[in-house]
Ligand binder design. Sequence first.
Ligand SMILES: C[S@@+](CC[C@H](N)C(=O)[O-])C[C@H]1O[C@@H](n2cnc3c(N)ncnc32)[C@H](O)[C@@H]1O
Length: 205
Amino acid sequence: MPPPSIPDYPAVLASRRAELRAQLAPRLTGVRTLTLEIGCGHGHFLTAYAAAHPDRRCLGLDIANDRIARALRKRDRARLANLDFVHADADDLLSALPEEISLSQVFVLFPDPWPKRRHHKNRLMQPEFLSRLAARCAPNAGLYFRTDYAPYFAEASSVVHEHYDWSLSADTPWPFEHVTVFQARAEAHESLVALRRPGVVSAAG
Ligand SMILES: C[S@@+](CC[C@H](N)C(=O)[O-])C[C@H]1O[C@@H](n2cnc3c(N)ncnc32)[C@H](O)[C@@H]1O
């Protein structure tokens, strides 16, 4: 639902996405395959991941501008040419990503849990979002989800399990460990790995 305070929401959204598309295109020239982290915060995880995987192009995104500013400073200090961070919402990013790019790994680490029932609709891991994500993923791309909020883990597992485009993969190991800011604060966490089924992507979203 569009925020009621914005009268012409579709136009605002279209212009925001066009701006993001223009911002991303020159920064991703020549890229065909991308590792994405949604809600990267200050970029600790993806900076370590990019340093350990110099052959992979990595992009982190977050809706908090100050966190992206810090992540970019971290990237610059580490002198990592294969890493970028952008201030963007996840849906906007999927819509603005250049068409020729497909996602090979997607990390969603400690996303906002939205514990109140009336806020569950704000959770990222929903069927429509998983469809939009799958549409931008390469066959067998990995989705790596981790949370310390058990009810969200249960819901995400069930949503992924029932989704046509994804299959839960208990056999696929977690590909890379680096403690995130929210992970360091958590007493425990659970992780889920899903693979993007090759074949037709569902129509939702
Ligand atoms: C709980 S924090 C976790 C940050 C980091 N992943 C960690 O583990 O330390 C969730 C992050 O997701 C970001 N976020 C929430 N909704 C988002 C969205 N729709 N698109 C991109 N980032 C989002 C928030 O701004 C916040 O930085």
